[in-house]
Design a protein around this ligand. Structure first.
Ligand code: BG6
Length: 473
């Protein structure tokens, strides 16, 4: 009886990955429109220009959600669709999300709205370098104000920033996302500004008296030590401070971790605190922690760094980072986990890691958790009779649902579970090769075809899970 009656059995997506309609009805360009059009930046130069055309097909997709019995859908609002230049309201864009939200509610699906899932208006990047300028705090807060005013009486769950650690890590360290640089100090600067913007958005939510809950989604995987060797344990703890607490403490406690900050200072990296910053962070703590869980990470004493960390075949089916040296290499090194199998994209498959994540977040912060993403990216095959037999996905999700059940039994408060994703969608660096959905979308990198939707075997499996509130797995 682990899952409470109002447990949200959901699924998630992001605007740029599904909508298409990149320049329709007054939408302005985002940094991803620009970035993906530059050859070499994405797998086979794929873009979200059309994506899976949710912009025109949202009714059909929401009908499928209704048929499945899905009771929550997490989607994001494209900032340049509702404010083409990042500031001027585009009524047609605003109207689009009203239609999506109304249709979801009519279908009995709780909307979970993500404010920012990486598609910054290009205009703001051009004007002041986006997340690297404090100017963005005001603009982001004004964007939030528009959304709260428009949708605040319809939407009860709000996710502010999606995976701040990932969009900044890939953008400012790994050179895999815009603005494609590798500079750790700039990465920390952009993060501090994004954290302030996040706090400002949450503060405004409360000031406006919006009824509902708000929090960011963080890409978290628990850190493991490669061995019981104390040096490995210190490496693991270093990674935990610098890769996890540095964000989650700010979100849930409104302050940076003391050790994490000092570890960075020892490397010559500083957070640029200005008067008023600390008070703002305190005023904008989250109601829940959004947890995007895909895998755990294992760490080893950097002196014992392995050269042969499993490569998998990811390089053939995605764009991978070529950045070699980063300042934190002195604190920890990544290692293989001999006990875990990997996906085709070399991600560790670790359902127990989800239980560990839920427990660690609960012990350190005591806040409720919304699992805002979890899923398996895999190659799928559409059979001639229009089926996809994705038993590997069912198996993956089943084990993760069992892990959540165990964590609830351990004492964690879990609001819901959003799988990634409902439909197959555009994967930032993997085109359409890496599929996550319950619904197969027939297109590939070269050919959009008719974008027909097919229900995979996992669609019917999740339908039963929802119907039985997690009893039938
Ligand atoms: C998360 C993002 O990092 O993981 C999603 O929030 C993304 O937008 C998902 O698609 C899966 O990543 P990938 O690279 O396999 O598509």
């Amino acid at each position: 009886m682990a899952f409470q009656d109002n447990f949200l059995w959901g699924s998630a997506s992001a605007a740029y990955q599904i909508e298409g309609g990149a320049s329709l009805d007054g939408k302005g360009p985002s940094i991803w429109d620009t970035y993906s059009r530059i050859p070499g930046n994405t797998f086979k130069n794929t873009t979200g220009e059309v994506a899976i055309d949710f912009y025109h097909k949202f009714e059909e997709d929401i009908e499928l959600m209704k048929e499945m019995g899905l009771n929550a859908y997490r989607f994001s609002v494209s900032w340049p669709r509702v404010m083409a230049d990042g500031r001027t309201v585009n009524p047609k864009g605003v109207e689009f999300y009203h239609k999506v939200i109304d249709k979801l509610i009519e279908a009995g699906v709780e909307p979970i709205l993500t404010v920012y899932h990486w598609d910054l208006p290009q205009a703001l990047q051009d004007e002041y370098a986006g997340w690297e300028s404090r100017e963005i705090i005001k603009d982001f807060t004004a964007f939030c104000e528009l959304l709260y005013k428009e949708y605040g009486n319809k939407v009860k769950y709000w996710v502010t920033l999606n995976e701040q650690n990932i969009f900044t890590g890939l953008g400012y360290v790994q050179k895999l996302h815009p603005p494609k640089v590798s500079d750790y100090q700039r990465f920390i600067n952009a993060n501090h500004i994004a954290s302030l913007a996040n706090a400002s958005a949450i503060k405004l939510f409360r000031d406006m008296g919006i009824e509902g809950q708000v929090g960011p989604s963080f890409a978290y995987g628990p850190t493991y030590a490669k061995s019981e060797k104390p040096e490995d344990v210190i490496a693991m703890e270093n990674a935990q401070e610098v890769e996890n607490f540095l964000w989650m403490d700010v979100y849930a406690k409104g302050e940076y971790p003391r050790i994490g900050l000092k570890l960075l200072e020892n490397l010559g990296i500083h957070v640029d605190f200005q008067p008023g910053d600390k008070a703002l962070l305190k005023a904008g703590v989250c109601d829940f922690m959004g947890l995007n869980y895909y895998q755990s990470a294992t760490f080893i004493d950097p002196q014992q760094k392995q050269d042969n960390v499993q490569a998998g075949n990811a390089a053939q089916v995605s764009v991978v980072s070529e950045v070699k040296d980063i300042p934190t290499d002195k604190l920890y090194a990544r290692a293989d986990n001999d006990y875990l199998k990997m996906t085709d994209w070399n991600w560790a498959i670790d359902p127990n890691g989800l239980r560990v994540s839920l427990r660690r977040i609960t012990s350190r912060y005591g806040v409720p958790i919304l699992i805002s993403e979890n899923g398996l990216g895999a190659f799928d095959t559409l059979t001639e009779d229009g089926k996809v037999h994705d038993d590997y996905r069912i198996n993956f999700l089943k084990q993760h649902v069992e892990a959540i059940e165990a964590a609830i039994d351990d004492g964690c408060e879990v609001l819901g579970y959003c799988t990634w994703s409902f439909q197959d969608l555009f994967s930032w660096l993997n085109g359409y090769a890496k599929r996550y959905g319950f619904v197969y979308v027939d297109r590939d990198e070269e050919n959009e075809k008719e974008l027909k939707r097919y229900k995979k075997d996992s669609f019917y499996w999740y339908q039963k899970v929802i119907e039985s509130n997690g009893k039938e797995l």
